[in-house]
Design a protein. Sequence first.
Length: 501
Amino acid sequence: MSKNPIMRTSAGAPIPDNQNSITAGERGPVLMQDYQLIEKLAHQNRERIPERAVHAKGWGAHGTLTITGDISKYTKAKALQPGAVTPMIARFSTVAGEMGAADAERDVRGFALKFYTQGGNWDLVGNNTPVFFVRDPVKFPDFIHTQKRHPKTNMRSPTAMWDFWSLSPESLHQVTILMSDRGLPTDVRHINGYGSHTYSFWNDSGERYWVKFHFKTMQGHKHWTNDEAAVVVGKTRESTQEDLYNALERGEYPRWKVQVQIMPELDAEKTSYNPFDLTKVWPHAEYPVIDIGVMELNRNPENYFAEIENAAFSPSNIVPGIGFSPDKMLQARIFSYADAHRHRLGTHYEHIPVNQPKIPVHHYHRDGQMNTFGGIKTGNPDAYYEPNSFGGPVEEPSAKEPPLRIDGNADRYNHRIGNDDYGQPRALFNLFDQGQKDRLFSNIAAAMGGIPQAIEERQLAHFDKIHPDYGNGVRRALAKADGRERPAISVTENTPQRAAE
Ligand code: NDP
Ligand code: HEM
């Protein structure tokens, strides 16, 4: 007799035959009463959930965050105290491609982390870049539309991308990173991660500090050129999945040095740049990085769908000791992600095992589709409203953030005024050696191929403002690609970009 468990319908009835449908006569047709067949086909139709509107292609693993430094004077977050070891899950992704996209594409890599802390889940949903393309969230859906398919051609559109970027010079910093070597990493073990936004820390005395998070790869950086990546994609579309999964199976656990930059609350009024502007970094010389620990990935998921596709990361998930900042982009993301999860996974997405906090959770939300926790999570059926006299869950005043000083008139402020979009891309450009610069120029030329001349010229004028060598280098690479010479702009001692060096 077989020791295997019996196969049943999802309602529990045993299935007598999973090879032959019930038919009227040997040659069919099938009967409606073959409920097992109907159930099987209906389940198959529902196997896919909506893919993420952005960052659809992803790879993930479980691991730990271990804190070795002491930043207790800045934050009361339990997971950031010396010696704390916190289980976590990471999901990496590309931004623009659909779920079946090839891995080895030039694109920003998502770097989403969920830490299962004793104070609740803390999510840091960052990228492998410290900055972003836009600084106002009202521009985000338009920006993403330029990265996705054209509504008529159903193809990606370089014209749309460069039209938008050339009309949005705040994108220059991120575009430069995207077109540099780091824009096409070989895999995710060899990338840095950044929280990107400014967040806040607050301590037991109610003092606030602004903070940036950095995760520095301890495997070193590795990238492909466009030509190398084309060969890889020809061989396998799953190069990153293969690299991460196989490394973990071999027991090679990737690690990242975890670092923070800390800014005292009132410094934010003194910096020459807006420290809440997502298109800017805080220069290391002004705000040095502090090592606080190590993140290690050491366990593959048992089931990709359950643990990676179902993972719901949201910048709104913070814990006591960590807070938001006025960053407009961050504020919008606090809304956008939980809203996306309710649509993609359902109202009770936090109850899917991979998203469940690893501490008991009580609240007064009730009922709803797919409610699998008994309707209410208060611990007492009489305590279904708050306040009550029946021992229901109560507030925890120590979780209250210190008050945030805000002033100014409510208005739509022009974010172009008083914002230097060229200085920090110039600092990055100046870090590149000649080989890196040459690859930057040819990557940009490859991405710009075939766009209207007026858009090309508008974009080149921005590169010139970063540095004349930048604009001229792209002109040379464009000419090499399509045979049309572009006159170089002249560089003199008085060129402002030269004087700024
Ligand atoms: P620093 O010289 O102190 O820091 C330079 C940083 O640039 C390092 O973190 C380095 O990362 C990173 N970097 C090196 N090559 C590349 C590349 N090809 N693409 C992206 N990043 C790279 O200078 P500053 O702090 O004054 O910053 C200068 C510029 O460096 C900034 O304008 C920004 O573009 C870039 N940068 C700055 C960061 C910051 O938080 N200050 C963070 C990342 C980049 P690594 O340590 O991994 O080698
Ligand atoms: C995914 C919105 C900016 C990193 C997503 C998703 C949405 C979204 C709706 C899909 C979520 C899902 O279905 O699970 C936005 C909006 C932004 C913004 C509205 C700006 C206003 C950013 C920035 C970063 C970022 C600045 C990084 C610093 C990510 C990552 C994912 C993601 C890593 C994938 C998370 C995962 O692995 O599940 N974003 N985003 N996004 N976003 Fe953003």
